[in-house]
Design a protein around this ligand. Structure first.
Ligand code: NOJ
Ligand code: CA
Length: 560
């Protein structure tokens, strides 16, 4: 990871509001649902599309989100939570049927919720008929649909290491060649240099767009193209391990220079975007690993003909300090191409939970940050409840990344959503031992129902924030200006401050990232709209304010 941006800066930076045509996703709040852990609609212990349909009123009316990113639901052996697809155009029976999916779309659209589905073009399951054909014979017409290479010196073709641990190369004794898998060996990479593969994957896209989905989240978009010469990656003797990542340590033993992010990737993504553009109003969100903000910005494409929303991981991987966050945000907005708009997330199904990383008090501060930045917020299911990582016994683990090669399990981040005080927290009526992952023993106390009855709960804070964002043009789409000098010098590194403006609407956001109070001075007076520590909204805020420990506030500034 490039750490050169991790420097403090005290300049004010101004980012004009978008000038291009308005798009729904610029003002939207997106919710990442992890389907097997969200809600079980048929009592088999696994979350499904029926359960998601049953949760739409919660998502829209209670929580106030505008779009749901579903998580994969395609036919799959489920070794990687459905990111191992064996049929792109069928629904995995565990999750429902095409009819259930169509109903989800109808029910969501009737409530004004948009549906974003996963698009997983980099790899399939080894059970996909394309791969079964490809590995059947060197002469099979689909041989070149995957990446096959001869051995080098009797071993793997190069030194590339997989995200799931070990080599990316798996020997196929039947045909005497290695195939490439950037993740599990059961997830062979497709060969995006083959035009037939591209066309087949564009057809997949059209299949779901024709059904009416509102957008796609592209899995590992930065990986589609690899070095055509398959050169070795440079070793990283002192380790290249990202402490925020749950990837296997093998992966961090080298610099991943040649196995991903080849410049040709941008052409492939522009072609995907061209298909998306056949369906006006749809959005492309591209998952890309942490990289410099300049590299991230390239994913918007020449003349913004690439991804609408390249999904950066840098903010998820930044130490929680005002200076570092300010520097990252400066870097992001400075690199943002004219007319472009960012997406941000602070939680994700591949990373430790927000409340585990920061503790509950600062997770509340993070909620204020997420929902007040000049960016589309993407919220991981359960973060609105302050869920923490929960230990999952080895015999209950689902994550094959850990099971295959002894890596760190991502299961603790993906435990069932607690809804109420019913059995298993209302997630499923199945016996506990049949649940996808174990339900929390305190599910009832931390559940949606319990938190709705408490004005000081994390859920109540999120509800207040989504409502405030929806009602405020400044927060939804306004410009952002960082305020460097609100705290005395000795406290400056504790407070992140910015303002958002659109027309007459003017908000100031102050985040105390420390667990001690900090006095701040403002150039304006206003009215308190939200406080993360429960200070009563509506109170007048003068030019001096004592921010409590772990307090984040949104202040409405008076005109003139
Ligand atoms: C990224 C997904 O977020 C992760 O969960 C998955 O394991 C890999 N891509 C492989 O599809
Ligand atoms: Ca189920």
């Amino acid at each position: 990871m490039d750490r050169s941006m991790f420097t403090s800066t005290s300049t004010n930076v101004q980012f004009p509001p978008s000038t291009s045509a308005e798009a729904w996703w610029r003002g939207a709040i997106i919710y990442e649902c992890h389907l097997p852990s969200f809600r079980d609609g048929n009592g088999d212990g696994i979350g499904d599309l029926e359960g998601l349909i049953a949760s739409l009123d919660y998502l829209h009316d209670t929580l106030g989100v505008d779009a749901v990113w579903t998580g994969p639901f395609y036919r799959s052996p489920l070794l990687d939570q459905g990111f191992d697809v064996s049929d792109y155009t069928e629904v995995e029976p565990t999750f429902g049927t095409l009819e259930t999916f169509d109903r989800l779309l109808r029910e969501a659209h009737a409530r004004g919720i948009r549906i974003i589905v996963d698009y997983i073009p980099n790899h399939t399951s080894d059970q996909h008929p394309w791969f079964v054909e490809s590995r059947s014979a060197r002469t099979n017409p689909k041989r070149d649909w995957y990446v096959w290479r001869d051995p080098r010196d009797g071993g793997p073709p190069n030194n590339w290491t997989s995200e799931a641990g070990g080599s990316v190369w798996e020997w196929d004794a039947g045909t005497g060649q290695f195939y490439l898998h950037s993740h599990l060996k059961e997830q062979p990479d497709l060969n995006w240099r083959n035009p037939e593969v591209r066309e087949a994957l564009f057809d997949v896209l059209r299949f779901w767009l024709d059904r009416g989905v509102d957008g796609i989240r592209i899995d590992v978009a930065h990986m589609l193209m690899k070095d055509p010469k398959f050169r070795d990656n440079p070793e990283a003797p002192s380790g290249n391990h990202n402490p925020f990542d749950l990837q296997h340590p093998d992966f961090g033993s080298q610099v991943h220079l040649h196995d991903r992010r080849h410049p040709d990737t941008h052409h492939a993504l522009a072609q995907i975007r061209a298909v998306i553009d056949e369906y006006p109003g749809t959005v492309t969100i591209a998952e890309i690993e942490a990289m410099s903000w300049e590299d991230w910005a390239e994913y918007y494409g020449t003349d913004l003909a690439g991804m609408h929303l390249p999904f950066p991981f840098r903010l998820l991987e930044t130490h929680w300090s005002a200076d570092l966050l300010r520097a990252e945000l400066h870097g992001m907005y400075a690199a943002l191409p004219p007319g472009a708009w960012p997406i941000v997330a602070l939680g994700n199904h591949d990373r430790a939970r927000l409340a585990t990383r920061l503790g509950t008090a600062q997770a509340r501060v993070a909620a204020v940050l997420l929902l007040t930045l000049a960016a589309t917020p993407c919220l991981l299911y359960g973060d609105e409840l302050g869920l923490t990582d929960r230990p999952v016994p080895v015999d209950r683990q689902r994550d094959y990344f850990a099971r295959a090669t002894g890596g760190v399990s991502r299961d603790p981040v993906r435990t069932p959503m607690p809804w109420n005080d019913d059995v298993n927290g209302g997630f499923s009526a199945a016996p506990e031992e049949r649940l996808w992952l174990p339900a929390a023993s305190d599910a009832a106390e931390i559940s949606v129902a319990a938190q709705l009855s408490r004005p000081d709960s994390m859920l109540s804070l999120y509800r207040q924030l989504t409502r405030t964002r929806h009602e405020s043009p400044a927060l939804r789409r306004g410009e952002i200006v960082f305020l460097p000098d609100v705290a005395a010098d000795s406290d400056a590194h504790r407070v992140l401050a910015y303002e958002r403006r659109a027309g007459d609407d003017h908000k100031v956001i102050l985040l105390n990232l420390a667990s001690e109070p900090v006095p701040v001075r403002l150039d304006f007076a206003g009215t308190l709209v939200v406080s993360s520590v429960g200070r009563e909204p509506g109170g007048r805020i003068g030019r001096e304010l004592d921010l409590a420990a772990d307090e984040a506030v949104v202040i409405d500034i008076e005109k003139g």
